[in-house]
Design a protein around this ligand. Structure first.
Ligand code: NAG
Ligand code: NAG
Length: 319
């Protein structure tokens, strides 16, 4: 009898141990932080991963959210305003340097700097990157690419034409660090536009610009943001403004203000660059933004980092 009882208790103990182990494993798998590999032994970093941006990799199981944080990000605009200002050395001193789309550094280093930490890329610019895949994705290039685009181009079921191109790029360049903006994050960026302008982005017939996606991402990742070569919302109405090409790397193209005005009034398919700039000026009141070449006169000084972090969370509670 004693032997029977001993055996029962042994089975019971084993069961309890097995169930507890199971609970522990399930609990940890639900926690996204547990799934992230420790980065140089900093598993408990205070900086959260950015769940709205997911890596593309050959193996779907190893897709990871973007993890990057920077004390100071310099965002280099693609505007012709960059030309002739010799901002390169100042940009190069910044720990993180962000660029947009396929804006080149080669040949423009003195004005735009050398390094590129991260590039925010429109789905429409992906084919341009793929024209020089070795330059953008080749070995030795540790630039992070964050691609945004509508679901029809970014879907993962084989019908997303841009997603398919990026998948192929990762096959060919396994070290390439390419992330795509999730559908939820795309919708969030639309929601922010509606909240700030009162206009529905789709109904107003416009597309958000790469600059819009860039600043939303930067507010999440960067403590301080320096923006180079971006004009403000009244620039094109200012007496004697500087006429520059729309892109610094497209000499002879339509001038920046003509392009902006055209887009602002396009009934559909345009970017609301000027409206977006007025929103950026508003954000600059609550975030540590600084604008260079041309400088912006901002009415209030930027608040402390702690105040900044509360802006979006507070807003969520209000609405
Ligand atoms: C990587 O590509 C970027 C373009 O995104 C270029 O500016 C940079 O110089 C390249 N870096 C290296 C190490 O090849
Ligand atoms: C906007 O830009 C123009 C031209 O550079 C400048 O005169 C004006 O002061 C700027 N306004 C603000 C609010 O920065």
């Amino acid at each position: 009898m004693a032997w029977m009882w001993k055996r029962k208790s042994l089975i019971a103990t084993c069961l309890i141990v097995a169930v507890s182990l199971f609970v522990v494993v399930v609990k940890h798998s639900e926690n996204p932080y547990f799934l992230l590999p420790p980065v140089f032994g900093q598993a408990l970093s205070s900086h959260k991963p950015h769940l709205g941006y997911i890596s593309i990799s050959k193996d779907p199981a190893s897709q990871k959210p973007l993890k990057l944080h920077c004390d100071l990000c310099s965002i280099v605009s693609s505007s012709g305003q960059m030309l002739g200002q010799s901002a390169g050395p100042q940009i190069d001193r910044s720990p993180c340097i962000w660029r947009m789309n396929n804006a080149p550094t080669r040949g423009f280093e003195h004005d735009v700097g050398h390094r590129t930490t991260l590039r925010v890329v429109s789905h429409t610019s992906v084919p341009l990157l793929l024209q020089k895949p070795q330059y953008f994705f080749g070995q030795g290039n540790d630039t992070i690419y964050v691609v945004w685009g509508p679901l029809r181009n970014m879907r993962k079921d084989g019908k997303g034409i841009v997603y398919n191109m990026l998948r192929q790029a990762v096959e060919n360049y396994p070290h390439a660090r390419i992330y795509i903006t999730t559908e939820e994050r795309m919708n969030y960026c639309d929601t922010v536009f509606k909240k700030e302008t009162g206009k529905d982005r789709i109904q107003s017939g416009s597309y958000l610009s790469t600059g819009w996606f860039t600043l939303i991402l930067a507010m999440d990742m960067c403590k301080e943001i320096h923006i180079y070569g971006m004009i403000n919302d009244t620039y094109c109405k200012t007496e004697g403004y500087r006429k520059v090409p729309y892109h610094y790397y497209e000499a002879g193209s339509r001038d920046e203000c003509a392009e902006y005005t055209l887009h602002e009034s396009a009934p559909y398919g345009g970017h609301r660059f000027i409206t977006e700039k007025s929103v950026f000026a508003k954000w600059a009141k609550t975030h540590a933004f600084k604008f260079f070449n041309p400088p912006w006169q901002l009415s209030s000084s930027p608040p402390s980092v702690k105040e900044q972090l509360n802006v979006y969370t507070d807003r969520k509670h209000v609405s």
